[in-house]
Structure formats: C-alpha cells, structure tokens
Design a protein around this ligand. Structure first.
Ligand SMILES: NC(=O)c1ccc[n+]([C@@H]2O[C@H](COP(=O)([O-])OP(=O)(O)OC[C@H]3O[C@@H](n4cnc5c(N)ncnc54)[C@H](O)[C@@H]3O)[C@@H](O)[C@H]2O)c1
Length: 343
C-alpha cells in the first residue's frame, strides 16, 4: 500500500498557494492544516480546501502534532524560515522550506543542527534541478561527459514592477529579503555551485537604479569556484516590460551548452563532442505564473514527488539542508566581495 504523507503549510502567499494547489492534487499527500498571519487569506484558503487554519504558528504546530502530521512546509518570507524551521524541528517534524533556506549561513547552520538534534529531515525547495534541460546537463556533468568545467555564465534579466516591492511588507528590505540574489538568483546559484563547487572569490558591482528598495536592482559579478572554474553572473529586475532571459552557459572541455529561455527551460545552444542535442527537452518546464509577474519553474510537484520517493524507498533526490547551505554561502561571498550599492 502506498504511504500518504501528512503536511501542514505555513505562508499562503504567491508560492504557498501553489504548494496547496499541487498538494490537493497529489494522492500521496494529505494537507492537515494551514497557517498565515493574514486572517482574510487564512479564512479564504481554509474554506476553499476545508482544512483548519491557524493565525498563530505555535497553535498550528500543536494542532499538527495532535493529528500526527509529519512534515511542515514553510512558504513564508525569507527572514521567517530559520526560526520557524527550528521550532518545527523542536516539535519533531520534518521540514520542507522554500528557498532561500535562510538569509545568513549562521542561521542555515542552526537549522541543520536542529534537524540533526531532532533526527528529522530538512529539505529545501530547488525545483529548477528538475527542469528537463537542467537534469540532462547535470547527468553529463556528473558522468564526466562534459569534461572539465571552465566557465559558467549566468544571466537573470527579469522584470519586476515597482508595486511588486511597494505592495510587499518584506521584499526589497535587507533584513527580510536580503537582496535580489536570495530571491531571483538563488536557484541559478544553486546550480552553479552544484556544478562548479564553492565560490571562493567574487568581485563586481551592484546598483539600485529605480526600484523602491533598500537592496540592488542590478548587479554583475565575476566568480572563481574551488574546482578552479570561473563564472560570471548578471542579475536584474529591470528588464523592460517582461522577463527576457534566465540562463546558464556552460563552457567545458568537451562541450558548450546554453540552458536558456527566460526560466532555464530550453536549450539555446548545444555543441558537445559525440553527443547530439536532445530534441525532447525544450519548453517542457513552464514558469510559475503569479498574475502580474512570472518566475522560475513550476516543478514543485517534482520536489514533492522526490520527497515521497525518499520516504517510501530511500531514494534521495531532494536538496537537503547541507546542500541548500552552499548557495547561501555563495550569495554571502558575492555580497561581501562586491562594491557597495551606488544609488
Ligand atoms: N521556489 C520558487 O520558485 C519560489 C517562488 C516564489 C517564492 N518563493 C519563496 O517562497 C517564499 C514566499 O514567497 P511569496 O512570493 O509567496 O511571498 P508572499 O509575500 O506572497 O507570501 C508570504 C505569506 O507568508 C505570510 N506570512 C508572513 N509572515 C508570516 C508568519 N510569521 N507566519 C505565518 N505566515 C506569515 C504572509 O501573510 C503571506 O501570506 C519566499 O522565501 C520566496 O523566496 C520560492
């Protein structure tokens, strides 16, 4: 008989809604409770899905304990992730936390420690790892078929309106968002560190041109990884009118590949010794559509599938806390090394 995993979700915003929509369509999961500090939203989703809703996180955890729920899904803003994860571990839950797992690596380490202390699992949402072109390229890198990686070039040329920030209590603020690398670039940086290792040197420039925020709306950095590979990353929310590109170009000993499209969802260039470009990968992965903007990939169901497989048969495909920490450390290195914002 198939196992059914019970889960409670905290944070019912753009991505929390998507988690609920997916989970209520998966027979392998049962959502037992939801939580949000916004009473109106909480009421709406509680009625829509017929599940108990809690305004208070402690009450939510207590209820989840009382019904033997096993997983807490954390889809709140960045600055809530560490604290809420640690409280959930203390009550004996496994935790799935949205990216970035934390704003500071010290907090991410505390989360990893709390998971270990309570012998529970910590997973981080990195659904872009399941994008078809990304998974195919990863296979080539891990099998050695691309040879030595020389350079990774990442471009995140996205559009966000001023109201994306001004309508939000946490976006664009240093203490609650941490900067655009945590929000828009963290999936890309996760892939770069997966393929080239730890970022050991970075230098660059970032500026805030127009967005009503404390952090940057444009940045560019050159990187060196501990594997010896070089890298570069340009990120912005100022693409005119729409997202233009979300890409990583891999320059390696045995091939050059650009995974591109706006969301790492197609192969824009392929020249690999002895290996033809796969023809079945492009545009399989769709972006998450939030109405006024689009971002990343909508492969959250594959993250949930991978957790289910891990719990059912021990096959590990989901990013854990230790792996999630790597992109936080890389982002910290980039921000630490870069020139201060020049308004
Ligand atoms: N994996 C992805 O591709 C992806 C996509 C979008 C967002 N995210 C991440 O998901 C998280 C949420 O982003 P969002 O765009 O949904 O934000 P959002 O602002 O739309 O939603 C956040 C929700 O959390 C609630 N909330 C805030 N503090 C809370 C607290 N202490 N307890 C309970 N609820 C609380 C808010 O009321 C709101 O409903 C962020 O970490 C973001 O980076 C990931």
């Amino acid at each position: 008989m198939r196992i059914v995993l019970s889960i409670g979700i905290v944070g019912l915003g753009n991505i929390g809604k998507r988690h609920l929509d997916i989970l209520f369509n998966m027979p392998t999961y049962q959502v037992v409770a939801i939580c949000d500090v916004d009473a109106e939203k909480l009421h709406h989703f509680s009625v829509l899905y017929g599940v108990p809703g809690f305004l208070n996180f402690d009450d939510f955890l207590s209820y989840c304990s009382s019904v033997n729920c096993s997983i807490i899904g954390i889809t709140t803003p960045h600055h809530e992730h560490a604290n809420q994860s640690i409280l959930a571990f203390e009550k004996g839950f496994d935790v799935l936390v949205e990216k970035p797992m934390a704003i500071h690596s010290a907090d991410a380490l505390k989360m990893i420690q709390a998971a270990q202390n309570s012998k529970r699992k910590l997973w981080v949402v990195k659904q872009n790892r399941f994008n078809a072109p990304v998974a195919r390229v990863n296979d080539l890198i891990m099998s050695g078929e691309l040879g030595k990686i020389y350079h990774l070039q990442c471009q995140i040329i996205w559009n966000r309106s001023a109201s994306y920030y001004s309508d939000s209590k946490w976006r664009g603020k240093l203490d609650s968002e941490g900067g655009a690398l945590y929000t828009h670039a963290s999936h890309f940086i996760d892939l770069m560190t997966w393929w080239a290792g730890k970022v050991v040197h970075a230098s660059g420039v970032m500026k805030r041109f127009v967005q009503p925020i404390e952090s940057e709306d444009m940045g560019s950095a050159v990187l060196e990884f501990d594997s010896g590979a070089m890298g570069s990353i340009t990120w912005t929310t100022l693409s005119h009118g729409q997202n233009q590109e979300g890409s990583i170009t891999i320059i390696s000993e045995k091939g050059t590949i650009k995974i591109g499209g706006p969301y790492l969802n197609k192969i824009d260039f392929w020249d690999v010794s002895g290996i033809q470009e796969p023809t079945d990968l492009s545009q399989v992965d769709q972006p998450n559509d939030y109405g006024s903007f689009k971002g990343s990939s909508s492969n959250h169901h594959l993250v949930y599938d991978s957790i289910w497989k891990e719990m059912e048969s021990g096959v590990i495909q989901t990013v854990d806390g230790v792996e999630g920490l790597k992109s936080i450390e890389a982002i910290e290195t980039i921000y630490r090394s870069i020139k201060k914002i020049d308004e």
